[in-house]
Design a protein around this ligand. Structure first.
Ligand code: HEC
Length: 317
């Protein structure tokens, strides 16, 4: 009953035949692996052509372009009383966050003279010599500013900064002017209650655009078609100069391709002018827009909104 080699009489020809079979299968395996790698390589090339520059693959769908991938989670309970006392560790952490996220507008020394803030009206708050406050200078008040932003100004919401880090950066801002008023225990209790900080805070998911495509959360072909058509139509409208919306859009864009990639990778902004305003107002510089987006009137925002919605639906026709 045995059909294997051990049952056969030793024969050089049999051995030769078996070895050939073995090498043939190995050859097929290697060949298919090469074809597989080749297909992957072609896809990579296509990505590069689509995004014009590799670093754009790191652009973020969830608006916070420069932030890493993060799973949404509940932060540990926040001890407001403890975080209201500036420790050297808290201040060191706060300084890092300030320099990374705030100094571009508020200036490294807090004087409100950062390069990205120069074009803003109203200008970024000067933390050394503050003129007037909308929410106020106390920890509990600045926390609200970071959570909600100051509507219709360059001060966007920084709700993606976890609560503890927010206390750290606020404490650091307080080192710019030692006469800032202190929070009363009641202020702190009110803050705690307002955002139920002692229960921990829910943080949103963050997903970089390139990864979203790889995970097929975004459809690559649709994205590519949308983008190519949008780029084409936008260029045509700019050339013909007939559509004023295209010209207004061009004014607030610092990097055309990056801006259109950010728009193509996000669908939320299409829901309403309010969502679109939120999209524009969160990290505009990272998304290929200029800081002057904050100076757009509601009418102009509406105009650009309709134009872009049309631009990104044309491709589906
Ligand atoms: C894109 C520019 C920009 C960035 C980045 C920025 N801000 Fe602002 N910020 C502003 C502008 C503009 C105002 C003034 C708003 C106003 O006068 O209504 C402001 C105002 C403020 C105020 C005053 C709010 C009040 O009660 O009047 C605080 C506090 C503040 N920012 C904190 C921060 C912190 C902390 C960061 C970093 C995590 C930050 N900002 C990043 C532009 C910016």
């Amino acid at each position: 009953m045995s059909h294997n080699n051990s049952g056969k009489k030793f024969n050089v020809f049999n051995l030769f035949r078996d070895l050939t079979k073995f090498y043939f299968i190995l050859y097929l395996l290697v060949l298919s692996f090469i074809v597989f790698l080749g297909a992957k390589y072609v896809k990579t090339l296509d990505y590069n052509k689509l995004f014009y520059a590799k670093e754009l693959l790191a652009a973020d769908t969830n608006m916070r372009v420069t932030l890493p991938l993060k799973k949404g989670s509940i932060t540990p309970p926040v001890d407001v009383a403890k975080l209201s006392i500036p420790t050297p560790e808290l201040l060191a952490k706060g300084k890092d966050i300030y320099n990374a996220s705030c100094a571009s507008c508020h200036g490294e020394t807090g004087a409100g003279n950062g390069p990205a803030g120069a074009a803003l009206n109203p200008p970024p708050r000067n933390f050394v010599n503050p003129q007037l406050w909308k929410n106020g200078p106390k920890i509990s008040q600045m926390y609200i500013t970071l959570q909600e932003g100051i509507p219709n100004t360059g001060m966007a919401s920084f709700s993606t900064i976890p609560p503890e880090d927010r206390f750290a950066v606020i404490q650091y801002v307080h080192t710019f002017n030692l006469s800032y008023p202190k929070d009363t225990p009641e202020d702190l209790v009110m803050l705690d209650d307002k955002y139920s900080l002692k229960n921990g805070v829910k943080m949103a998911n963050q997903i970089p655009l390139g990864l979203a495509i790889d995970l097929e959360m975004l459809d690559y072909d649709t994205l590519k078609a949308d983008l190519n058509n949008a780029v084409q139509s936008f260029e045509n409208d700019l050339k013909s100069k007939k559509d004023t919306s295209a010209l207004i859009l061009n004014e607030i864009v610092s990097n055309k391709n990056k801006a259109l990639v950010s728009l193509a990778g996000n669908t939320k902004w299409k829901e309403s002018p309010e969502e679109f305003t939120k999209f524009l107002g969160t990290d505009p510089l990272d998304k290929g827009f200029k800081a002057t987006v904050y100076q757009l009137s509601p009418e102009k925002i509406n105009q650009i909104y309709s134009y872009l919605k049309n631009l990104f639906t044309k491709s589906r026709a």
